[in-house]
Ligand binder design. Structure first.
Ligand code: IMP
Ligand code: MG
Length: 178
C-alpha cells in the first residue's frame, strides 16, 4: 500500500480550542446539576471523551458503552447492537452521551432510545463532528463541535479499517476508486 491520501481538515490546535469551548458550554449548562454522567461511545469517542471530560469544571463521572453496526466498515447498515453496556445505573441522573461523529444518525438514535428507557433525570448528546447531509433518521444533537461535508474522516479517535485512529489531527481520507 502506498502513502495514505490524507488531507488535514482540523489541526490538533483547532480541535483543542473547539473542545475547550464545548467544555465551557457544557459546564455552564450543567452548573446547577449535582453531577453529570458522561457516556463515551467506544471506540471512536475515546480521545474526545478523555479531552472533553478533563476540561469540564463541574462534578462529573465517566462511563463507556461500546456499540457496533452490522455491515461494511464505512457504510452504516442502520442496525446497531450493544457490545459492552454501561457499568453505572443512570436512573435519576443527568446524562450526556459523547460520540465522535453523527453520519446517518442511526447509532445516536438507537443509543438515546436505549438510555431513555432507563429513566435518567435528563439526557443530551454531544458529538465532535456532524456530517451535513439529508438523513434517513432525523437526529437532533445538543452539542456539535464541527459540521463537515459528507466525507470520510480519520484521526483523533476516528478510523478506517481500524487505522489512523491515533493521528493528532482530523483528516479527510480520499479513498482510491474501487
Ligand atoms: P451513524 O451512521 O451516524 O450511525 O454513524 C455510525 C458510526 O460510524 C459513527 O459513530 C462512527 O463511529 C462511524 N463513522 C461514521 N462516519 C465516519 C467517518 O467519516 N469516519 C470514521 N468513522 C465514521
Ligand atoms: Mg462511533
Amino acid at each position: 500500500m502506498g502513502a495514505a491520501p490524507l488531507e488535514t481538515l482540523f489541526t490538533e490546535d483547532t480541535i483543542r480550542q473547539r473542545v475547550s469551548s464545548l467544555a465551557r458550554d457544557i459546564s455552564r449548562d450543567y452548573a446547577h446539576a449535582d453531577e453529570l454522567i458522561l457516556i463515551g461511545v467506544l471506540k471512536g469517542a475515546f480521545i474526545f471523551a478523555a479531552d472533553l471530560t478533563r476540561r469540564l469544571t463541574i462534578p462529573r463521572r465517566v462511563d463507556f458503552v461500546a456499540l457496533a453496526s452490522y455491515g461494511d466498515s464505512d457504510k452504516s447498515s442502520g442496525v446497531v447492537r450493544v457490545i459492552m453496556d454501561l457499568r453505572c445505573n443512570i436512573a435519576g441522573k443527568h446524562v450526556l452521551v459523547v460520540d465522535d461523529i453523527v453520519d446517518t444518525g442511526a447509532t445516536m438514535h438507537y443509543l438515546m432510545k436505549t438510555l431513555l428507557a432507563r429513566q435518567p433525570a435528563s439526557l443530551r448528546s454531544c458529538v465532535l463532528l456532524r456530517k451535513n447531509k439529508q438523513r434517513a433518521v432525523s437526529m437532533p444533537v445538543d452539542y456539535v463541535g464541527f459540521e463537515i461535508d459528507d466525507v470520510w474522516v480519520v484521526g483523533y479517535g476516528l478510523e478506517y479499517a481500524d487505522q489512523f485512529r491515533t493521528l493528532p489531527d482530523i483528516c479527510v481520507l480520499r479513498k482510491r476508486a474501487e
